[in-house]
Every structure is written in C-alpha cells, then in structure tokens.
Ligand binder design. Structure first.
Ligand SMILES: [Zn+2]
Length: 210
C-alpha cells in the first residue's frame, strides 16, 4: 500500500470506529522529507489517494490539487521534534471529554504505559496555529500521545498503523476514566505501581517448561 492509500484506509477506519465525524480529524505519513497528509474539507471516509496532498517539511505543496489539512503545521512540528513517521489527530468523544476537563489523563490503568506514560493535555490554542503546534509538541515530549484542550487527541507512531492503534488505546483509556468517574472516584495508580509494571515488562518471569 502506498502512503496515500494508507491515508484512505485508516481514514475509513477512523470514521467506522466513530473516532471522527464529518470533515474533522486528519492523518499524515512521512516519507523522508515529504509528508502525505489528508486534505482540508473532505470526510476521511471519502478520500481517494490522488486527493491527498504531499507537502515538504516547510509545508509547501509538492503534489496534489487540494488544500492540505489545516492542522498541517501541527503535524510538521511533531515530525521536526520526534522520531514519528505518522501522526493521527481526531476529535474522538472520550478523548475530547477528558481534554475539556483535565490537565492530564489520570493513570487509572497501566495501559497508559503503551503511550509512554501519563498523557498530558496541551493548553488550548486556535486550531491550525503555530501556537497550538508548539503546545502539542511540548505535550508529546517522551510520549506517543497527547490530548489537546477543548479539541481532541493526537498520537504518533513508526507507521500509520502504529499511530492509529495508539489513538484507539488513548480513546479506550479516556473512556475507562470517564465511565469510572461517573460511578465513583477512580483510584489512580502511583508512580511506584507504574514503575513496577515497567520492571515486570522488562523482566518477565521464566516461561515454565514441563
Ligand atoms: Zn482538530
């Protein structure tokens, strides 16, 4: 699958899973110093490969007829400051609920470690602005995911598949937290409990043989 075909495939999945509605959300994949990104104003399940613009690292259009996503500056800032090869941004419901009420996603489940640790909420700024791009870049430091205040979530990966899976994990963690908070006060894991999970993962017990 070409990178543009991947954008169509994961765009369709994002709509199917309810992670985006209408023309919200955008995806990109990096190929050296070129970025294939979803276009502005087209629903992610209506994309064809030719519709997806290709831009350079300065955000200048290299190929395609449609306008690149308005969040392209944010994608470029992430590529410049991380080892990401793909970026996924959605307005998923539970992620947005947490991003509207908290400054970080409290770690109530050890799966937060799949995202590199406690997920931060980047301070609010107008969509598409360099200020928002900078806030997201800072919130992603050492993480695979960040939330964007009163807006949505963003995840990164070595492939689009990986970045997309991180978006699903982020939304699942946010849903667990929101639902837990609706029936009581969620117990938050301590730093020591999270460190013990890392230790266990790095040093799994011997697999017993008969
Ligand atoms: Zn957005």
């Amino acid at each position: 699958m070409t990178f543009r075909e991947q954008l169509c495939e994961y765009g369709r999945r994002a709509v199917e899973l309810g992670l985006v509605i209408g023309t919200s959300g955008n995806l990109s994949v990096r190929d050296g110093d070129r970025i294939a990104v979803t276009p502005s104003g087209v629903a992610l399940d209506k994309l064809t490969p030719e519709m997806c613009p290709i831009v350079d690292m300065a955000g200048r259009l290299v190929e395609g007829d449609l306008r690149p996503s308005s969040e392209t500056p944010m994608h470029l800032a992430v590529y410049e400051s991380t080892d990401a090869q793909a970026v996924v941004h959605t307005h998923s419901v539970f992620g947005t609920v947490v991003a509207t009420t908290m400054t970080e996603l409290p770690p109530v489940h050890y799966n937060t470690l799949l995202l590199g640790g406690v997920v931060r909420v980047a301070p609010y700024a107008t969509y598409g602005t360099p200020e928002l791009a900078e806030n997201v870049r800072a919130a992603l430091e050492g993480r695979r995911a960040a939330l964007m205040a009163n807006h949505g979530g963003v995840t990164i990966g070595a492939t689009l598949e990986e970045a997309f899976e991180a978006t699903r994990v982020l939304e699942w963690l946010c849903e667990v937290y929101v639902r837990a908070a609706s029936i009581g006060k969620p117990t938050v894991l301590t730093d020591a409990q999270l460190a013990a999970v890392v230790e266990r993962t790095l040093n799994p017990p011997e697999f017993p043989r008969a």
